[in-house]
Design a protein around this ligand. Structure first.
Ligand SMILES: C[S@@+](CC[C@H](N)C(=O)[O-])C[C@H]1O[C@@H](n2cnc3c(N)ncnc32)[C@H](O)[C@@H]1O
Length: 254
């Protein structure tokens, strides 16, 4: 599995040396603290800033392999909390977490998440999901963005009032449109780059807090996102019959 956040052009050898040095330092720290992956520190730093995960919470960890975030989440929710992780790759067990193998965008996996939830609402969704890269930057960015939208379209209805959704996204085409599509449903949406994210990486975390379930969702987040992106990329085609984004939904201009 590759992480597209590592692929950045136009950097000097010195930049790469510094990056690698930092990455190795987080890796060493992860090893000495018992975490499976340096990414654990990213969640710890997100938590330090936003206090997203609380005692007794129900947490969904999307893209959980090898289990670093699940380890952190289990510590934060305590004995009476619930942590459900999902990944394409099987993880070594994490005590206190339920780790499922499957594609989060497929209904068979979604049904298993629902079954593990057993009617409980989720308090906090954390997603560190990274799709496989093709090497074509535009395609990789498009796939990564639509994957985030699909995760939201599945999980938003499961989130409790006031709950939070945090996801990795990549700086590039579509990021503003994706944020615009998500914003109506949370009272606070902001970007955050934890120190443990590599310096030159394009990855950033979108932290969406205080879910407002009463905001009606007429269309999926993915379809809102794709329409907004289409308007941006093909402005000449939308001049006469322009779609305008209002605070809550897309409307055709009369
Ligand atoms: C950067 S890793 C996550 C690291 C994890 N947060 C940790 O701390 O151990 C990203 C993961 O997203 C997973 N992933 C990518 N697409 C997925 C999908 N459609 N469904 C589930 N997991 C997916 C990959 O298999 C990969 O393991």
């Amino acid at each position: 599995m590759y992480d597209i956040s590592g692929l950045v052009w136009g950097h000097t050898v010195a930049d790469h040396w510094i990056e690698n040095h930092k990455r190795d330092s987080w890796r060493r720290q992860a090893k000495s603290s018992g975490y499976r992956a340096r990414s654990a520190f990213k969640l710890l730093q997100i938590q330090e800033k936003f206090k997203l995960i609380r005692d007794n919470d129900v947490v969904l960890d999307v893209g959980c392999h090898p289990g670093g975030w699940a380890q952190v989440a289990v510590e934060l929710v305590g004995d009476d909390g619930v942590v459900i992780g999902v990944d394409l790759e099987p993880c070594q067990p994490v005590e206190g977490a339920i780790l499922l193998v499957g594609d989060i965008t497929e209904s068979v996996t979604q049904d298993r998440v629902l079954s593990e939830l057993d009617g409980r609402d989720i308090n906090t969704i954390v997603s560190d999901i990274s799709p496989d890269i093709t090497g074509n930057w535009d395609i990789d960015q498009a796939v990564a963005m639509t994957l985030v939208a699909d995760v939201l379209d599945f999980s938003l209805d499961l989130l409790c009032k006031g709950g939070s959704f945090t996801t990795k996204i990549f700086q590039g085409v579509g990021i503003e449109e994706l944020i615009t599509a998500i914003k109506p449903y949370f009272s606070d949406v902001r970007r955050f780059s934890p120190m443990a994210s590599r310096n030159s990486s394009s990855e950033v975390y979108l932290v969406c807090r205080n879910y407002m379930p009463w905001v009606k969702r007429d269309v999926t987040i993915r379809s809102t996102y794709e329409t907004l992106l289409d308007v941006k990329l093909n402005p000449e085609e939308t001049d006469t019959d322009q779609q305008v984004y209002t605070s809550f939904k897309l409307r055709r201009k009369k």
